[in-house]
Write a protein that binds this ligand. Structure first.
Ligand SMILES: [Mg+2]
Length: 371
């Protein structure tokens, strides 16, 4: 079997969302469609690997597609598709540590793992060390809207079997409090995950908001209350409020995770396949965090079917997964790019059956959403 890379296609996608994203990151500027990309690597023998470029903020997915086409595609042509470490090292070199590099690297790593899995007739989770659990428990995420709408979403999510509820905060305090109160009433006894997306400018303002929320509802954790680099502030908040802090924007790479642990800045990490630079890089963060006594969940950029399949394979393979994950991206879209939907049901995500990632493209959907 000739596994030299014959062709690399990068297809920019514009995927309409069922509901616009409203969060602490984009007040007044809702995101109604994801500008993502699909990476398809084909070998001379016709084996194919799929990856996904998924980045919601900032909206540079199509710029990344352009970079992938110009830089990566020519560099990979003719190379052995199974030589993943060398190919990824080459990609790292080409991207030169650029901030959005991990999103591109992840798309290519995903595609190469998919290819390797198909070559060895094994699902990707087997390449990651094997299956630890059958499925990944999910939490549902609620964007900023009216308290009544948010409460209705929470009720529906719990009825559908979701294991936890996360809501986006970071608006005016009275709006957030009304939302927290309404959701807490709709989900009695369920500790709420509150995600501020770095909206609070200072420790004092964040602490005041957290105390107000904690008076209204049981709080599982406050996610990213402060700007990305304010690790000292995150530590102070943990000490002053006693409410657990989750790092999201602050925790993208393994290096970030090490810095957070050293600064004692977080109780939980929100780890993303696409932000870490791929499944193996995300697995390294899980391994480090476990050694440091910090729990992780798998988070998401609302990846579509290819990216979410990757999350599912990692989610069933990591040794420890104490909390529900947020990798239900396909449910955010009017239409997915994969032919068979990634199994999400009853509050669980499962890896699709079959070798590699277990997904194939819905060519017609891809054509429809091609940007
Ligand atoms: Mg977040």
């Amino acid at each position: 079997m000739d596994l030299r890379i014959a062709q690399v296609d990068v297809i920019p996608i514009r995927a309409p969302r069922k509901e616009a994203v409203r969060s602490g990151l984009n007040q007044g500027d809702p995101v109604s469609a994801s500008e993502f990309g699909v990476v398809r690597i084909q070998t001379r023998s016709g084996l194919e690997g799929l990856g996904e470029i998924s980045i919601t903020f900032p909206r540079i997915g199509h710029t990344l597609c352009h970079a992938a086409r110009r830089l990566m595609a020519p560099a990979l042509a003719g190379e052995d598709a199974l030589a993943r470490p060398q190919l990824l090292a080459r990609i790292d070199y080409l991207l030169g540590g650029e901030l959005s590099a991990p999103y591109l690297r992840a798309a290519f790593e995903m595609a190469l793992l998919d290819l390797a899995g198909k070559r060895y007739s094994a699902p990707v989770y087997e390449l990651l060390g094997g299956r630890m659990r059958e499925r990944v428990p999910l939490a549902w995420g609620i964007y900023q809207k009216s308290p009544e709408e948010m409460a209705a979403d929470a009720r529906a999510a719990l009825q559908s079997g979701y294991h936890a509820i996360k809501l986006k905060v970071g608006r005016r305090l009275e709006d957030d409090c009304a939302a927290v109160r309404a959701v807490a009433a709709a989900a009695p006894g369920v500790p709420l995950r509150l995600d501020a997306n770095a909206a609070y400018p200072s420790v004092a303002e964040a602490a005041a908001a957290i105390r107000a929320f904690a008076d209204l509802a049981p709080i599982a954790w406050i996610e990213q209350p402060l700007p990305r680099h304010d690790l000292a502030g995150l530590r102070l908040l943990r000490q002053r409020t006693g409410v657990p802090v989750m790092a999201d924007e602050s925790c993208q790479s393994l290096r970030d995770a090490i810095d957070l642990a050293a600064a004692q800045a977080a109780d939980v990490f929100n780890v993303y396949v696409v932000e870490a630079g791929g499944l193996e890089a995300a697995a390294a963060i899980f391994a480090f965090a476990r050694a440091a006594g910090i729990a992780c969940i798998l988070g998401s950029q609302a990846e579509m079917g290819v990216g979410t399949a990757a999350c599912a394979h990692l989610g069933v393979a990591v040794p420890s997964l104490p909390h529900a994950c947020e990798t239900f991206g396909p449910l955010r879209y009017c239409r997915d790019i994969v032919a068979r939907p990634v199994p999400i049901a009853g509050g669980f995500l499962q890896p699709p059956e079959g070798p590699g990632l277990g997904v194939t493209l819905d060519e017609e959907a891809v054509q429809e959403m091609k940007a």
